[in-house]
Every structure is written in structure tokens, then in C-alpha cells.
Design a protein around this ligand. Structure first.
Ligand code: FAD
Length: 804
């Protein structure tokens, strides 16, 4: 066995082999894969081998598209067969909501270059004749859907990697992984010890156990899953061509041809988690006992949808386990808190996603960053607060909702409420309807007594519309109060803090008592953060950004940490409220003896002051774009701060407002939002963030050369604003922008401005297609909506209120 390698990949399933191949493809050949048994000895060998591009996350869908297109390349490289059947597939819609979802997906595919198509029921009957179209409203056809031979494909990845120099050691069980002081790892196996500069956990069914060997908990859990293969069916084997796949979300099933019969699998509601207390090491090439009772309801439904099944005999039943993360997407990337330890697990659809996961991880390891925003599968999207108690109910929920419609405003109920702030019950008593961010309950809006305490999931304007309008009005006309818990907060201290931040952030670092907005860039000049930096003292800075992204940011900041600098993640320790609206100053003035007059507390100032009984850090800015203050205090004091502010606010008409109102208010000012307008997919010049890049500062900040080059060449696309002639649905993100009959851009986000009473879309559009008075069409749920470019902010265009 090798004793030293640049990379040790643990696990020879489809994912480990894909990672191994992609590392060699990008130029690292001193790489070894350790497999305790034969290749495919986990979930991989018994997979149904189906693949498809459909995924609610656009970047995941793109990576699935990459995976599918890769198979031909693998075959050409290795001369091996992946057993490809590119038969196409249709996803059925039997409700108007699902039809809306399929239309939204189709619209996204236009600029992704995917040739999907909406089919009528009659067309479905023609394409997939075993389908009973009763109750079916339509479907989405994807010519890329198909299936393959799982073992053949895994071995093709392995051969392609070996051809590029990789080594694969079979029957080599990893028993321990121990970090070494130089950042490398000691990998102890039953065949000896290997020193590896990097370790990749691709342990699949055993990824939890492999993670524990490095002292980390990876939030994933195996679920049992079953599919049935039928005997020969005349309607199938008499066809000239292979029958396409049919996904029937209403029946929670997927169906495809298998030889001369059919194969159908189910995501049943009566699902069962597997190996709750750990995956046995002696599990391998066996299956779980058949359990048709569990899927009896699904089978009954399938007999109606696909009547040929009722008379077909059963040839085989495959029942095996595979793993899910709490949201069903993979766990990929550098594991927070560890050096040179990488995750490639939780991949529930290895044959749709394995190629994309391998490519992403290899780019991250070899090139330092993936070439797109991969937050949807970043292992750091879950924090250190996850544990088996949280993961298990979320994984069950995910399995059960695998085929459910996913709505842009949907808040899933499992494992909630979990993490709450001290004012949770106060908010609840005021009618709060909560959402969840990074495990935390966050008020989305406040329902009145006669409104339901539940937001209807919808692609259209929801029942939160009226409440949101009330909250926006309160902010714009009087004053609103909203929790600032859902910002991440980092404290950066030390004598070198300013100089260090100057290199980490592309923006200007503020003087003491001032606040600045600063983009953080990757070496390739992509946006990896948009921070508010507050200088609390020459050696003390508070950084605030996205709460949900805090682990990703913390991982990056710690990776670049230098001696003499201290970073603390105080996101949950320092909390408070923002108050915003024309009466905000009056409220603040009543609860502090500090001078908060317009002349002495300027826009973008930060001050320490006592508010009521609480020691606070108060900064004058607000994402609502109104006169506003963010007031931070210790979490222990948050209730007292609430009591003080809310009592003082009553005579000024103070109302609580939630995230729905916040997202409407920011549209009035065209303020971008993290992971919508600003994300690693985009650059400062594309999104207008270049105005916050301090090109004239001396520091050689990360991403400087890339962003300077872009400044010279100009951005190929630009973020612009549209007023949309919408009906009852607004743009939410990724809707195509049509100009002169062609797709020339896509929406990054949108919504309804309750202030201006207009539907607004923010969109990235090709520079060559832009004109000042541009008229376009935005495709919302299949309708072409006229859209007019606008330049003037919808509220406080001259900033008089915000800065006054
Ligand atoms: C019934 C069923 C049907 C499915 N159908 C589909 C489908 O149609 N399409 C699709 O895309 N996906 C399907 N899947 C899911 C698919 O099987 C998985 O997504 C995929 O196999 C995951 O691969 P993996 O490499 O991550 O994990 P695994 O296949 O579990 O591989 C992990 C490997 O790591 C090795 N290993 C673990 N620990 C150690 C150690 N300590 N030392 C050395 N080696 C170790 C194991 O022996 C194993 O070989 C299905 C799953 C099931 C159960």
C-alpha cells in the first residue's frame, strides 16, 4: 500500500470514484482511493441508475446537466460502457400548483440551455403510452432523462482516474484519521498507515462513521428505499423504441423500462429511516428484506396511473438504504473546523449528481474555489448546531417531500421550532408567522387576529400580502421594529485587525465610529460576501452579513487568519433590533441620554450607548432604505431592549415587521440581497457592487487583480431594475428576460413594492441588449409579462430621508 499521497479519498462508491477522476482531470495524479471492500459496496450497486436534470436549485440543476453529459466522455476515455439509455422523461402535473412549478422550471431551463418542453396530456399519452392521463394537466419533458448501469459507470470513473495516474486500494478499511500538525492527515487502515495531505470523506452509507473518525458530525442519515422490477410486459417489449421515464409526483413514483418490463420506485409517506444508531460495518452487498406493506398505498395509486402494472408479475424487488442530508442536497466542500478535510457525502442521487459533485470538489481542492455558487450543496450550510436529533426528522421530511411541489415561500415544518431568541414568545403573542434560517426561527410577518397563522405556500402572491402591506406602510409612515438576530456577526480584534481586514475585504475599512459596506472577493474576483463593517475602536471591528451563510464566511475568514488577529463568531450572542421609519429617531431619543440628533449621529455612524438598561452598539443605517438604526445588545438583554423600544414606540405608531416586509422595502431602493443579486456566481462590476470596491486603497486585497481586469474590460452583463406588468405572481428569481424574441438575461429576484404598488424585478441582462428605455418581457409562470426598465428608486431617491 502507498504510504504517502497528496489526496486520500475514502470510499469507492460512484461519488468517491467521481471525485478521484475529477482530481486527476484537473491535474492531481498523486491520489489514492481506499475502499474497504469492492467498488460499489455501499448504496451504489443497488441503485436504479436513473438520472435527470430537474432540481429546485438552479446551480444544482446545472451540475446535474454536467453529470449527464459527462457519461459519453467517460465512455470515450475508457472504452467502457456506462450502459446508457438516453430515453427522455416526462414529469407529470396533476394539480395547477405543480403545473406552475413545471412552467417555472421550464422557464429557468431556457437560459441554462436545457431543451425541456411542456407537454399537454394528449402529448404525454403519445410519448409515454403506459400513462393513464386522467386528471393529468400536463407535464415537463426532458430529453436528457435516462438511466445507466450503476456498476459499469462507477468502474468507468475508476478506470478513467487510473488512466490519469490514480491508485485504488481495494479491501482496505480506514479505521482512523488523525490530523497532523502540518495540516496533513494520518490515515490508519487495516493494511497500514498512509500520510495524506488531504482527506476526502466519500464514505456514503458510512460517511457518519468516517466523519466521526475525524471528530466531526456530518448531518446525514440513511433511509430505506424500494423499487420493483416487473416481468415482461407486451405493451413494452412490442414497442420499437424504449419507453421514456415517467415521474408521477402525485403518486410519489418514478417509472422506467427495464429490459422487456418496467421498473417502478416509490418515495412513500410510510418511509423508514435505516441504521439510526450507525451503519453496521458488516453491511455491504446485501439487500434489506422486501417490505411491500410500506408501499401498498403507492402501488394502488400506480395501478391507476399505469394500468399495465396491475397485471404484470413481479420479477425482483430491490430494497436498500441510501443517505440524505436534512434538505436532500449533497454535503460537499471543506469541513468547517478542520484543515484539509473534505466532504463528498449525503449524495442521494449519485447518478444525477455524482459528476457535478466530483467536479465541484476537485475545483475547490485544486483551484481553491468552485467555478459557481455551490451554497446549495456546501457542507457549511448547516452549522455546528446540527445533531442526529435534528437531522433525523428533517431527513424523513425530505424523503416524504421528495416529490412534493416546492414553493419559493415555503417553510418546512419538521424539527421546528428549534433555535429561538429571547423574544420568540413576545413575537408569537403579536401574531408572528415564523420562517427558519440556519435553524433559527425568524418572524416572516405578523398576522392580525382574523388572519391565519400560516402562510400558504404558493408561486403566486400569498396570504401574507395584506400583512406585509401593513408592515411596509408602518415603516414608511411611522416606525417599524424588526429583530437583527438573523444577521451574522463577527468580532475582529487585535493590533493588526485593520490591516488584515484591508486585505480580506475589497471595500474601504471605516475609521473609528464609522460604518462601511464592503464586498469580500474570491481570488477570481467573485463576490463571496457583502459585509457591513463597523469600527468600534482602532483594534475592534464588528462585521455583519448573512446569518444563513455564517459558517461559510467563518470558514473563509479563519482560513486566512494571521497571527495577532482574533475572530469570534458572536452571531447568537450579540442580538437586538432595527427600528426604521420617519419616527425612528424620536423613538431612540426617548430611550437614551446619548445625543442622537441628526447633526451628531450621522448616517453610517456607530456609537456605544445605553438604551433603557441595556449597553448597546447602535449604528445608523437600515436595509429598509429609511431613516433607521440597528441596535445591538447582549442576547441576555434582548427582552429588556424590546420592552424599552416597543413601549417608547407606541405613541409613534411602532409596529413589528418581518422578513417579508423587509424584502419588499429593500426593493424600493433596488438594494440587492445576498445569494440573489450578490453571490459567488457574480462579480462586483456585474452587480454594481464595484462602487464599494476601494480601487484606490493601497492594500493588495484578495481578488484585486481580477476585479481590476474586469474594470478594464467592463462587465458583459449588468444588474438592472424592471417594473413588471404582473398579475398575481411576481418574479422571485431565475425567470428569463426576453428581448426582441430572445432570452437575454434572467431575474435575480423580485417581488411587490408595497410602497410604490408595483411589481419589481431585478435582473442580470447582457450588456449588448441594454438601453436606457429598454422594454422586455419577463416570463413568469409561463406568461410573458411586459417589463420596463426603470432607473429612479421608488422611495427616497435623493436619500434625504435615509441620510437626513
Ligand atoms: C434502492 C435504491 C435506488 C436508487 N436509485 C437511484 C437512481 O435511480 N438514481 C440515482 O442517481 N441514485 C439512486 N440511488 C442513490 C444512489 O445509490 C446513491 O446516491 C449513491 O450510490 C451514493 O454513492 P456514494 O458513493 O456516495 O456512497 P456508497 O455507494 O454508499 O459508497 C460508499 C463506499 O465507501 C466505502 N467505505 C465506507 N467507509 C469506508 C472505510 N472506513 N474505509 C474504506 N471504505 C469505506 C464503502 O464500502 C462504499 O463502497 C438509489 C439508492 C437506492 C438505495
Amino acid at each position: 500500500m502507498k504510504t504517502h499521497a497528496q489526496v486520500c479519498v475514502i470510499g469507492g462508491g460512484v461519488v468517491g470514484c467521481s471525485v478521484l477522476y475529477h482530481l486527476t482531470k484537473l491535474g492531481w495524479s498523486d491520489v489514492v482511493l481506499l475502499e474497504r471492500s469492492e467498488l460499489t459496496s455501499g448504496s451504489t450497486w443497488h441503485a436504479a441508475g436513473g438520472f435527470h436534470t430537474l432540481n429546485g436549485d438552479t446551480n444544482m440543476a446545472a451540475l446535474q446537466g454536467y453529470t449527464i453529459k459527462l457519461y459519453r466522455e467517460l465512455e470515450a476515455l475508457t472504452g467502457m460502457s456506462c450502459g446508457l439509455h438516453h430515453v427522455g422523461g416526462v414529469t407529470l402535473a396533476d394539480t395547477s400548483e405543480r403545473m406552475d412549478m413545471l412552467k417555472a422550471e421550464r422557464a429557468k431551463h431556457r437560459y441554462m440551455g436545457l431543451e425541456t418542453e411542456i407537454l399537454s396530456p394528449a402529448e404525454i399519452r403519445e410519448v409515454a403510452p403506459v400513462t393513464n392521463i386522467e386528471g393529468v394537466l400536463g407535464g415537463l419533458y426532458d430529453p436528457l432523462d435516462g438511466h445507466l448501469d450503476p456498476a459499469g459507470t462507477t468502474h468507468a470513473y475508476a478506470k478513467a482516474a487510473r488512466l490519469n495516474g490514480a491508485k485504488i486500494e481495494l479491501h482496505t478499511m480506514v479505521e482512523q484519521t488523525t490530523p497532523r500538525s502540518d495540516g496533513s492527515w494520518e490515515v490508519v487502515t487495516d493494511k497500514g498507515v498512509l500520510i495524506a495531505e488531504h482527506v476526502v470523506n466519500a464514505g456514503g452509507l458510512w460517511a457518519r462513521e468516517v466523519g466521526a473518525m475525524a471528530g466531526v458530525y456530518l448531518p446525514l442519515h440513511p433511509m430505506e428505499h424500494q423499487y420493483v422490477v416487473t416481468d415482461d410486459i407486451a405493451q413494452i417489449y412490442e414497442r420499437d423504441t424504449e419507453h421514456p421515464h415517467v415521474m408521477d409526483p402525485g403518486g410519489e413514483s418514478y417509472l422506467r423500462q427495464e429490459g422487456r418490463g418496467l421498473c417502478i420506485g416509490f418515495y412513500e409517506q410510510a418511509c423508514r429511516p435505516w441504521a439510526v444508531d450507525g451503519t453496521p460495518w458488516d453491511f455491504g452487498h446485501e439487500l434489506l428484506p422486501d417490505n411491500l406493506d410500506k408501499i401498498s398505498e403507492s402501488i394502488a395509486f400506480a395501478y391507476q396511473r399505469f394500468p399495465v402494472l396491475e397485471t404484470a408479475g413481479v420479477k425482483t424487488i430491490i430494497h436498500g438504504p441510501f443517505t440524505f442530508a436534512p434538505d436532500g442536497n449533497p454535503l460537499v466542500g471543506p469541513v468547517p473546523g478542520l484543515r484539509n478535510y473534505w466532504s463528498a457525502c449525503g449524495v442521494m442521487a449519485g447518478f444525477s449528481q455524482g459528476g457535478g459533485v466530483g467536479l465541484t470538489l476537485a475545483q475547490w481542492m485544486v483551484e481553491g474555489e468552485p467555478d459557481r455558487d455551490v451554497f446549495a450543496m456546501d457542507v457549511a450550510r448547516f452549522g455546528s448546531w446540527t445533531n442526529p436529533g435534528y437531522t433525523l426528522p428533517k431527513v424523513i421530511e425530505n424523503y416524504q417531500k421528495r416529490f412534493s411541489v416546492s414553493y419559493p415561500n415555503e417553510e418546512l415544518p419538521a424539527a421546528r421550532p428549534f433555535r429561538t431568541t429571547p423574544v420568540y414568545d413576545i413575537q408569537q403573542s403579536l401574531g408572528a408567522v415564523f420562517g427558519q434560517q440556519f435553524g433559527l426561527e425568524v418572524a416572516n410577518y405578523f398576522a392580525s387576529e382574523d388572519e391565519p397563522r400560516y402562510e400558504t405556500p404558493s408561486f403566486r402572491r400569498s396570504n401574507a400580502f395584506a400583512a406585509t402591506a401593513r408592515e411596509v406602510k408602518a415603516v414608511r409612515e411611522q416606525v417599524g421594529i424588526n429583530e437583527v438576530q438573523n444577521f451574522s456577526k463577527f468580532l475582529v480584534t487585535g493590533s493588526g485587525a485593520r490591516a488584515w481586514l484591508d486585505r480580506i475585504m475589497a471595500g474601504r475599512i471605516p475609521d473609528a465610529g464609522r460604518v462601511s459596506l464592503a464586498p469580500m472577493l474570491s481570488p477570481k474576483g467573485r463576490l463571496i460576501g457583502d459585509f457591513t463593517i463597523s469600527c468600534l475602536g482602532e483594534e475592534e471591528f464588528q462585521l455583519t452579513s448573512s446569518y444563513g451563510y455564517q459558517s461559510v464566511h467563518e470558514r473563509w475568514l479563519r482560513r486566512h487568519l494571521e497571527a495577532g488577529i482574533d475572530i469570534e463568531n458572536i452571531s447568537d450572542r450579540r442580538t437586538g433590533f432595527q427600528i426604521a421609519g420617519p419616527m425612528a429617531r424620536n423613538v431612540l431619543a426617548e430611550v437614551t441620554r446619548a445625543d442622537v440628533s441628526a447633526e451628531s449621529f450621522l448616517f453610517m455612524d456607530v456609537k456605544r450607548m445605553t438604551v433603557g438598561m441595556c449597553d448597546c452598539i447602535v449604528q445608523r443605517l437600515s436595509y429598509t432604505g429609511d431613516l433607521g438604526y440597528e441596535i445591538y445588545t447582549d442576547a441576555m438583554d434582548q427582552r429588556s431592549l424590546w420592552d424599552t423600544l416597543f413601549a417608547a414606540g407606541q405613541k409613534h405608531g411602532m409596529r413589528p415587521f418581518g422578513m417579508r416586509a423587509m424584502m419588499s422595502l429593500r426593493l424600493d431602493k433596488f438594494f440587492g440581497s445576498w445569494l440573489s443579486e450578490f453571490s459567488p456566481d457574480y462579480t462586483p462590476a456585474e452587480t454594481g457592487m464595484d462602487r464599494f470596491v476601494a480601487f484606490n486603497k493601497g492594500a493588495d486585497f484578495i481578488g484585486r487583480s481580477a476585479v481590476e481586469a474586469e474594470r478594464q474590460s467592463g462587465a458583459a452583463r449588468k444588474l438592472v431594475m424592471f417594473e413588471v406588468d404582473a398579475d398575481d405572481a411576481d418574479a422571485v428569481g431565475y425567470e428569463p428576460v426576453w428581448i426582441d424574441g430572445e432570452v437575454k438575461g434572467f431575474c435575480t429576484s423580485g417581488g411587490y413594492s408595497h410602497t410604490a404598488q408595483k411589481s419589481i424585478a431585478l435582473a442580470l441582462v447582457d450588456g449588448a441588449s441594454l438601453s436606457d428605455d429598454l422594454e422586455a418581457k419577463i416570463e413568469i409562470l409561463g406568461d410573458m409579462r411586459p417589463a420596463k426598465r426603470i432607473h429612479q428608486m421608488l422611495f427616497d431617491a435623493d436619500g434625504a430621508r435615509m441620510r437626513g
